[in-house]
Design a protein around this ligand. Structure first.
Ligand code: CA
Length: 226
């Protein structure tokens, strides 16, 4: 999951990044509304964590701006947005939810609860109610970051995991190599030229050839019936 953290407190931002990376997220940071808007116009994010008190304005203006976007251009108006507020800011929390925020966490928050809320928001955004994903005999559990094939645990690298989850969540939609790279790599940690192909190769070796299909010249997808 690629996440944009919009937070001006450097300590909180770095702490969040470290924690979310442990949960398998790819994390970019923005400390102002302007930086956040630029990031959202440049790349597709699976989720935005949005602080409301920012140096150049209120985070809710960014929220409204994203939700007002027309289709076809970045940012996607449906991008899940989770706001971060102080515990006593009930009024601004309510206002943000009514402006289209998907959920909120109150600071100081428990980082495991935050991760669970993020998974729930992603799940709803993908139109699923079940926490696990099933592809044939392969079972993916985002909460424990575990994968089994016919009941047998399969070890995946962090990148293989992110790639599999990205494709499984949008199944059977095709994701291009660029879209996958955006989900797997931060701005400054660019991939090698054939990195996605390499990860797909290993995933097929571990999970079988049928799980991830190639659409030549377009990208990769998990078929509706694997
Ligand atoms: Ca702040």
């Amino acid at each position: 999951m690629r996440v944009l953290v919009v937070e001006d407190d450097e300590g909180i931002a770095q702490g969040l990044r470290a924690h979310l990376r442990q949960h398998g997220c790819v994390v970019d940071l923005a400390g102002t509304l302007a930086a956040a808007w630029a990031a959202l116009q440049a790349e597709a994010f699976d989720l935005v964590l949005l602080d409301l008190g920012l140096p150049d304005g209120d985070g809710s203006t960014l929220l409204q701006r994203v939700r007002r976007q027309g289709g076809g251009r970045l940012p996607d108006p449906h991008t899940p947005i989770l706001i971060m507020t102080a515990r006593d800011e009930v009024a601004s929390r309510i206002a943000a939810l009514d402006m289209g925020a998907d959920d909120y966490v109150a600071k100081p928050f428990d980082s495991d609860e935050l991760a669970a809320r993020m998974r729930a928001v992603r799940r709803r955004a993908a139109g699923r109610a079940q926490p696990q994903l099933q592809i044939g005999d392969i079972r993916i559990d985002p909460a424990t970051r575990s994968v089994t094939r016919a009941g047998v645990p399969v070890e995946l690298s962090a990148r293989e995991w992110s790639l599999l989850l990205a494709l499984a969540e949008v199944r059977p939609r095709v994701l291009s190599r660029q879209q996958l790279e955006e989900r797997l790599y931060e701005w400054n940690g660019g991939p090698g030229s054939n990195a996605i192909e390499v990860h797909v190769h290993y995933l097929r070796r571990k999970l079988g050839d049928e799980v991830i299909r190639t659409l030549r010249g377009v990208g990769y997808f998990v078929p509706a019936e694997a």
